[in-house]
Design a protein around this ligand. Sequence first.
Ligand SMILES: Nc1nc2c(c(=O)[nH]1)N[C@H]1C(S)=C(S)[C@@H](COP(=O)(O)O)O[C@H]1N2
Ligand SMILES: [Mo]
Length: 509
Amino acid sequence: MGGLASASAAAGVAELLAALAGPRPGPLFAVGSAVIDRTPEWLKRFAIRTFGENDKQILLAGIAVAVATTAVLLGLAARRRPAWAAAGMFAAGLAGAVAAVTRPAAGVLDAVPSLGGALVGAALLWVLTGARPALGATRESPLFGPAGADMPEQRAGRRLFLLGSAGAVVAAVGGPPLSRMLREARSVESARRAVRLPRPARTAAPLPAGTDLRLPGLGPFVTPNRDFYRVDTALVLPQVDPAEWTLRIHGLVERPVELSFDELLRRPLVEHDITLTCVSNEVGGPYVGNARWLGLPLAGLLREAGVRAGADQLLSRSADGWTCGTPLESVLDGRQALLAVGMNGEPLPVANGFPARLVVPGLYGYASATKWVVDLEITCFTDSEAYWVARGYAEDAPIKTLTRIDVPRPLRRLPSGRTMVAGVSWAQRRGIAAVEVRVDGGPWRQAHLASVPGTDTWRQWVLEWNAAPGTHRIEARATDTTGATQPPARVPPFPDGATGWHSVVVTVI
Ligand SMILES: Nc1nc2c(c(=O)[nH]1)N[C@H]1C(S)=C(S)[C@@H](COP(=O)(O)O)O[C@H]1N2
Ligand SMILES: [Mo]
């Protein structure tokens, strides 16, 4: 108990000190992030596959269990060797400090919260366990000498114990909510609400009629911001104040450029509909979403800086130190690659990169879609490796053609008769030319395609099916405008994206 109480108090104090110090994540989160960056690729893939968007909660829970176990062991050890146990508690805090200091963009001061927490934890452990013999037990106490000593010392020991317990409870129970309040008070949400996006210099045409088939269960053509998937390595959302944000463009350029957020909003911004896709998305998976983005064309910005001959990589970096390598060619070939500030008519949500992010049609997010972007370096693939490329993912990451059946849901029981089979297909840059559906390995039938504003978004489709009683397997596949049809064999996401046909099994009654 003493161990657990001291450790909880230490954690509470550390998180509170971190919240007082500034917007950067506290030591527990620093440990979590350090674990994420050092997790072997296969384990990360397993975690994403198994826990999906809950992977971060599972990781934090795992760390909490590890910390609690250590704390209980230290508490037990403290009965015999209080000094050692206190030293152990301090060492654990030191580990937190090391994790915090070695995070990208961290400084020496980031060690302070962990060290403060560690000191409190070590002192409490000493008081709560080491001093206990003075309460009248028969063992020797290092603080108060032989047990059974005279009354004033016993009383002093008891007072210290009670004070320590009270302090531990206050710190452990009060620390986390107090630090959350401090963080919320300082979050950029209010700055975000104050942002007035300019009118686009070039507005996207209204969506053509019939982009959205509006079928129950079918994902809408435009994914609402609150439903947009989120994938990133950030345990705590980076809080980037637009008043302090700058974007630096440097490296193999003629003229380095630095841009403030106000300057960015004064530039001629354009709108474009782009479907974003995560390389970790399994066939039939949820990590894909479509939005209307508002931003500055990246190609013009890079030409302003003057890209030097020989460069082939745009290495972008986020406020929290994540990096992304995009083939320069794909930014300069005429597609609408954007430095985006708006998403579906609003400033970017904080989770999706506020105040600015990159969006490049046709490439998986890990190679194109840097959120909280602060730095663009023109470089070569041979000179620097981005985060996921260093972990084995492909340098060139064009999105593969994929089809997802949204209706009916897997394992659904349906009444027999006419029913709709519907879903979405995407092949960004190339565009979807046809979608076919078959039941129980029978003949392929052409689905009806919804309209689309261009080649960079997904495309809805629907087919009416006269369902007979029994168990049926529905399969769907798309063909892009180059004439290439999705291959049947399932390929897992690593290292350059999943392929294969999506299939859904239903029972008709
Ligand atoms: N700063 C930062 N940007 C990032 C990532 C990240 O981990 N950190 N992940 C990328 C990946 S893998 C994807 S798929 C997209 C997801 O964007 P979303 O969360 O807005 O859907 O963001 C990209 N941008
Ligand atoms: Mo991703």
